[in-house]
Design a protein around this ligand. Structure first.
Ligand code: MG
Ligand code: FE
Length: 169
């Protein structure tokens, strides 16, 4: 059997690994972007939010007596590295990156929705409050990306047609 507290701790560790992956992915995207300043600025804002989220999850983990450095954290780093490296080889990386970002934010939304329910069930109201603080930031980022995907696409298409311009980043 597995207690509510054990499941909560497991899912908090998963969330910690996810946020490390988010940081790596967002930083890799921001570093490469040159011709899409609005997207880059929104990503930079979310990097700051992501660092705050990591701190909140860290605090929950240490309060529950669990460490955050697990094999899963390493897996996340390797996966993010692979994504970043893979993205830079694509001629449409800005569009694929924004799409991947939207997918990633929705994974985060699902993760914190589960964590809020699990924290409530375990009677851990500090973890619940932390996750309720994080969730709206993920929803806002997902909404921003969805709203801006059409104009990112249009800007990419216009730059692609011009032989003197770079479109991919
Ligand atoms: Mg996040
Ligand atoms: Fe996020």
């Amino acid at each position: 059997m597995t207690t509510r507290q054990e499941n909560l701790l497991d899912w908090l560790r998963d969330a910690h690994a996810m946020e490390q992956q988010a940081e790596n992915m967002l930083k890799a995207q921001s570093k490469r972007l040159e011709h899409y300043p609005e997207l880059k600025a929104r990503i930079d804002q979310h990097i700051e939010e992501t660092l705050g989220q990591q701190k909140l999850i860290d605090e929950c983990l240490s309060r529950l007596g669990g460490s955050s450095s697990t094999i899963k954290d390493m897996t996340g780093k390797i996966m993010a590295f692979g994504q970043a490296a893979g993205g830079s080889l694509m001629s449409d990386e800005v569009v694929k990156g924004a799409m991947a970002g939207y997918v990633f934010e929705n994974v985060e939304i699902a993760t914190y929705t589960v964590l809020i329910a699990a924290a409530e069930a375990a009677g851990d109201f500090e973890t619940k409050a932390a996750c309720e603080q994080i969730l709206p930031q993920e929803i806002a980022m997902a909404e921003w990306l969805l709203e801006h995907l059409p104009e990112i696409t249009e800007a990419f298409l216009i730059r692609s047609e011009d032989p003197h311009l770079e479109a991919k980043k």
